[in-house]
Design a protein. Structure first.
Length: 212
């Protein structure tokens, strides 16, 4: 199986439980909730998406098999050796579950990586993942109802928090919606966390400090 990849890069994770952790991101092209084209945004399930996932940047492209892609991802690891360090890979998109296979996860693990995936939760996931982040979107049906963290963009019309609070996740995050009214969105997220303390606030710290 070949893989269509938008970009691969090394940075700090900006969101959720692992915020601040160095990671190699592999962003897969394509999504099942939106075409990625602005002219189609009004028909998207995720109209507030802020991620470019069409085409390929210099670090992306088509990879013929899992071995080739895993080798390329792992080439971004820093040359750092410590008994307490394990490289972290984030498979994201778009929607990575459209493409990621058991074989790719196994190849990355074989290279010593801890493998996480960021998904909208509407498609079945491959085996072997070390960390699962589900970000539900209003109007979609979740098939992934357990994992490590559930992260909701907030506020989000059509979402009821109680619908998710009984799901089997270790951490629950609200992330302010990134749009022109972000200050208001942040305050709404803060107040919601205070009212419903199962939820924690997640900020997009990478945008605040100007990294990818």
């Amino acid at each position: 199986m070949s893989f269509a990849v938008k970009e691969i890069f090394y940075t700090l994770q900006g969101e959720g439980f692992h915020a601040g952790r160095p990671a190699v991101f592999c962003r897969f092209a394509g999504c099942n909730l939106w075409s990625g084209r602005e002219e189609d945004r009004e028909f998207a399930k995720c109209r507030f998406c802020d991620t470019a996932f069409l085409g390929a940047d210099q670090s992306g492209g088509t990879f013929e098999n899992a071995t080739q892609l895993a080798r390329t991802i792992c080439s971004h690891f820093p040359s750092y050796v410590h008994s307490g360090y394990r490289p972290y890979v984030v498979l994201t998109g778009g929607e990575p579950a459209l493409q990621v296979t058991d074989e790719l996860v196994w190849e990355l693990t074989r290279h010593g990586a801890q493998v996480g995936m960021e998904t909208n939760g509407t498609l079945a996931l491959p085996d072997g993942l070390d960390w699962i982040t589900v970000s539900p979107k209003a109007g979609t049906e979740l098939v992934v109802t357990r994992g490590n963290e559930l992260k909701l963009v907030w506020p989000q019309e059509g979402i009821e928090l109680q619908d998710f609070e009984q799901m089997d996740f270790e951490h629950f995050f609200l992330q302010p919606r990134d749009y022109s009214g972000q200050t208001q969105a942040t305050q709404e997220a803060v107040q919601t966390c205070l009212r419903r303390p199962l939820w924690k606030l997640s900020l997009q710290t990478h945008k605040f400090i100007g990294i990818r």
